[in-house]
Design a protein around this ligand. Structure first.
Ligand SMILES: Nc1nc2c(ncn2[C@@H]2O[C@H](COP(=O)(O)OP(=O)(O)OP(=O)(O)O)[C@@H](O)[C@H]2O)c(=O)[nH]1
Length: 331
């Protein structure tokens, strides 16, 4: 190789190294799946002239997928189309791989952290010279090591955020978590003219349950209630424990004409709960609630606190009507 060519190669490598280092720094500051996956699946291909990047991850228990689904909202969830979640993956080396059509060349990079094989990053190009057998892959292996470390860090950071937004007794959203879901649903509703429903419900005479049967039974009622609610609601619905025995439900896409039926179903499911006290005796449970259909409009902002205040007035009426009663919180 001539000197001029060698110098030219060295200059190209130096420029690539600098771009990789800048990219790695961005990756290291990612704290959410959205940041991490956007960098990996969108910024990486555009900054390094790749035609496609896919990620295969070892996820035998489905924990990673659940974490990503929970963190990303519906529109951001399209990022997951570029990820394959596998129960187990064969170990690969950092080397060119056969690309799926229409790509001409590909490079597979193993993601390994502390000896644990986490998955594989696949880079594809339509340039037939891009990835060739025998090529040096040390820069890219360094990038893969940083990606593997970031994958673990983001997973931990997301888990901490999830815990901060979750009620420990019932594993439903706490007030902060529910506030976040509400904000997201409100924004999505504004963009897509989506309607959603809100229900505020409260267990009747819960103080008596605690007083007569003890706090252990009271806690069991709360856990059973949330399990029951999950059974009659859609997986995309939200349950928030606002405090004590008061819960708010957010049902995206629930049409106004279905809401009364949905509320009646929830009320009946709570009546049908089979909760036992410490002596195995059945504890009858009823609840009261209020419900409302919400249509977010552009340039309007109805905060959760105002909406809950509104629902609370009707919940108070439902209690006044003798409890075991759900009321439509019409304007
Ligand atoms: N077991 C248990 N009890 C709780 C928890 N959080 C709040 N509580 C109890 O819930 C009870 C709520 O009582 P009240 O607000 O008087 O309501 P209520 O007895 O359900 O009466 P109505 O709502 O009017 O039907 C209180 O006794 C609280 O101590 C909890 O995490 N576990």
């Amino acid at each position: 190789m001539e000197l001029k060519e060698l110098l030219e190669n060295a200059r190209r490598n130096e420029a690539l190294l600098q771009r990789l280092q800048a990219f790695e720094l961005q990756l290291l500051s990612a704290q959410s799946w959205l940041d991490f996956l956007t960098l990996l699946l969108e910024a990486l291909p555009s900054q390094f002239e790749l035609d496609a990047v896919t990620l295969k991850v070892c996820d035998p228990e489905g924990v990673l997928k659940a974490s990503m689904l929970q963190s990303l909202d519906l529109e951001q969830g399209t990022l997951l189309n570029q990820i394959e979640f596998k129960a187990c993956l064969p170990m690969v080396k950092a080397e060119p791989i056969a690309p799926p059509p229409p790509w001409r060349t590909g490079l597979g990079l193993p993601l390994i952290r502390n000896g644990e094989y986490l998955g594989q990053l696949c880079l594809y190009s339509s340039n037939s010279d891009r990835f060739q057998n025998g090529m040096a892959t040390d820069f890219m292996q360094h990038l893969a090591a940083v990606i593997a470390a970031c994958l673990i860090m983001v997973k931990q950071s997301e888990e901490q955020s999830r815990l901060a937004l979750t009620d420990p007794l019932t594993a439903t959203e706490n007030r902060r978590g529910f506030e976040r879901s509400y904000q997201r649903e409100w924004s999505r509703g504004q963009r897509q003219y989506h309607v959603f429903a809100m229900v505020l419900l409260d267990i009747d005479h819960f103080k008596k349950v605690n007083d007569i049967h003890g706090h252990g039974t009271g806690d069991r009622v709360l856990r059973q209630l949330c399990k029951t609610l999950k059974g009659v609601m859609r997986p995309t619905d939200h349950i928030g424990r606002l405090g004590g025995e008061e819960f708010a439900l957010l049902l995206p896409g629930c049409q106004p004409d279905q809401l009364e039926m949905v509320a009646a179903r929830i009320q009946q499911a709570i009546r049908d709960m089979d909760v036992r006290n410490d002596d195995g005796k059945q504890v009858p449970i009823t609840s009261s609630g209020s419900y409302l259909s919400v249509t977010p409009r552009p340039h309007q902002n109805l905060g959760l606190a105002d909406l809950l205040d509104h629902l609370d007035g009707y919940l108070y009426q439902a209690k006044g009507k003798g409890r075991d009663c759900f009321i439509h919180a019409a304007d």
